[in-house]
Ligand binder design. Structure first.
Ligand code: GLV
Ligand code: GLV
Length: 320
């Protein structure tokens, strides 16, 4: 019997074809809806490999009953949806998709920053709703980006790629990270400061840290109060790094001026969520790495990682 591979979302046939020649491959039938939990558990019990989305919970319950499972290839750089400890105990290899999405995610992060500060989405809505009656001097006046200070929280490769873009805008770039990055300081001219200094000094606070026990709930009421009231908060990492109720209050009180959010505590966020009622919030449906080329590269990398592990080789991008 050929090893069974379960893919939790409908992916293009061309991407999965290389797996189909060697393995018994099944995909969840929908492209735009998540596989139900009970089906995922049932498939995992038979599977030698899973190709998962960041919205699938690969927890102890799933791993415990997955007796044949050798590898979980997660279609994301983040892997907070996976219980790494349980996977290790079970000898299951976890892979993610770093590097291939770095520049694409940095592009989106910068697009979100620019859209939020120059009110691009609001302006688009304004014109399409027929509100543009005359040019006027302060119409939709926003905040400058060039020559301002950006503070990056989480200086991984995406952070560095965002910093390079910021330098092209003549911005000063501060960063805070678990470990210092002397090479980035040298080559990019970024400056390491404490978390409190990032909050106090930045015009743009940009979150690019992975979600883990250290970063969960890192932004609470206190942190927003320490920011400039002209500051713009950008989150392109994970929603749970931020207390969303605290963010909402900070925006309403004017502790900060705006927020650009690609990620939320609960995804999908519901359209009547109070954050989405604010003009100074630009919201995107977790599309950081979503260019066609990059998403295909990520899928291909998942396929290659699965092939490697099932052949007994080292995968290209194992986690840890
Ligand atoms: C997206 O959020 C990712 O982790 O790749
Ligand atoms: C940020 O999440 C990174 O890994 O660069």
């Amino acid at each position: 019997m050929k090893p069974f591979i379960y893919i939790t979302r409908k992916l293009p046939e061309a991407v999965v074809a290389p797996l189909k020649s060697e393995f018994d491959v099944e995909m969840w039938e929908k492209e735009d809806a998540q596989v139900p939990r009970d089906i995922l558990l049932e498939k995992a019990e038979k599977a030698s490999a899973l190709l998962t989305m960041l919205s699938d919970k690969v927890d102890r319950e799933l791993l415990q009953n997955a007796s044949y499972l050798k590898v979980v290839a997660n279609l994301a750089v983040g892997f907070d949806n996976i219980d790494l400890e349980a996977a290790k105990e079970k000898g299951v290899t976890i892979t993610n998709t770093p590097d291939v999405l770095t520049e694409t995610t940095a592009d989106l992060t910068f697009a979100l920053l620019m859209a939020t500060s120059r009110r691009v989405v609001e302006a688009d809505r304004y014109i399409k709703e027929g509100k543009w009656k005359s040019w006027s001097p302060l119409l939709l006046a926003g905040t400058d980006i060039h020559h301002k200070t950006m503070g990056i929280v989480g200086m991984g490769s995406i952070g560095e790629a965002v910093a390079r873009r910021a330098k092209g805008f003549n911005m000063e770039v501060l960063y805070h990270n678990r470990s210092r990055k002397p090479e980035a300081e040298e080559t990019l001219g970024v400056r390491y400061v404490s978390f409190d200094d990032i909050l106090a000094q930045s015009d743009f606070v940009v979150v690019l840290a992975p979600l883990n026990t250290e970063t969960q709930g890192m932004f609470q009421e206190d942190q927003f109060r320490k920011m400039k009231n002209t500051a713009i908060f950008i989150n392109a990492a994970r929603g749970a790094i931020v207390n969303e109720a605290a963010l909402l209050q900070a925006l309403k009180r004017g502790d900060i001026a705006g927020a650009g959010l690609d990620v939320f505590e609960t995804e999908p966020i519901s359209e009547d969520h109070p954050l989405l009622q604010l003009d100074q919030v630009v919201a995107l449906p977790h599309i950081g790495s979503s260019s066609k080329d990059t998403r295909l590269d990520m899928m291909t990398l998942c396929v290659e990682n699965i092939q490697a592990v099932l052949k007994g080789d080292n995968p290209k991008t194992a986690v840890k």
